[in-house]
Design a protein around this ligand. Structure first.
Ligand code: AMP
Length: 190
């Protein structure tokens, strides 16, 4: 299975590039952020998740891991999965390894999109116009998401680096240029 963790800070382009990867390699795309946003808003789970996401904080690991595993299990025939926005903590990365091992598979690579902080903020503010996401529109929430990324999520790259699975990609340029860089990287490990 071609299991790819698409990694990077908020605004790095993970969602856009995940769609390109999904089409090219016929993979299933799972974004935990999208899954949280698609929950029935009247459910307790949705309310709980939203109480964290509106502030730009991470939803606790136990909830997130359960959601992710449920989503993966919906696609037993998948040729591979793109994990977009997951894992965001080392605990989630460890849980994913265990979960995939139980299915006789593993993460093949982590593609990490590298984008400077100023560019991220500009992109998120612009995205708010079309995404309608409240967490994209408020500069304090954006800053908190970036800080949370630096503190809790960035260390996840080391987890995959230690397994020799980390590939860093320059995430600045046109969407097509970045897609090209990602496809080239994947061809080297396939
Ligand atoms: P995203 O769409 O990836 O930017 O995620 C939006 C929000 O959903 C995040 O700010 C978090 O509150 C929550 N979220 C998404 N994925 C995760 C995750 N893997 N762990 C914890 N919280 C998450």
């Amino acid at each position: 299975m071609l299991n790819i963790v698409l990694f990077g800070p908020p605004g790095a382009g993970k969602g856009t590039q995940s769609e390109r990867l999904r089409e090219e390699y016929d993979l299933v795309h799972i974004s935990t952020g999208d899954v949280f946003r698609a929950l029935d808003p009247t459910s307790e789970l949705a309310k709980l998740a939203k109480s964290y996401s509106v502030k730009g904080n991470l939803v606790p690991d136990n909830i997130t891991i359960q959601i992710l595993e449920g989503e993966v299990s919906k696609h037993p025939e998948a040729l591979g999965v793109i994990y977009d926005g997951f894992p965001r903590t080392t605990g989630q990365a460890e849980a994913l390894d265990k979960f995939l091992e139980s299915k006789d598979t593993a993460v093949k690579t982590m593609i990490s999109l590298v984008v400077p902080e100023d560019e991220l903020k500009t992109r998120l503010i612009a995205r708010a116009e079309v995404s309608g996401r409240a967490d994209d529109a408020d500069s304090e929430i954006i800053q908190n998401r970036i800080n949370t990324y630096k503190k809790s999520t960035a260390p996840v790259a080391n987890f995959y680096k230690a397994q020799d699975k980390l590939i860093e990609i320059d995430g600045v340029g046109s969407i097509d240029e970045i897609t090209g860089r990602i496809f080239n990287a994947i061809e080297t490990i396939k």
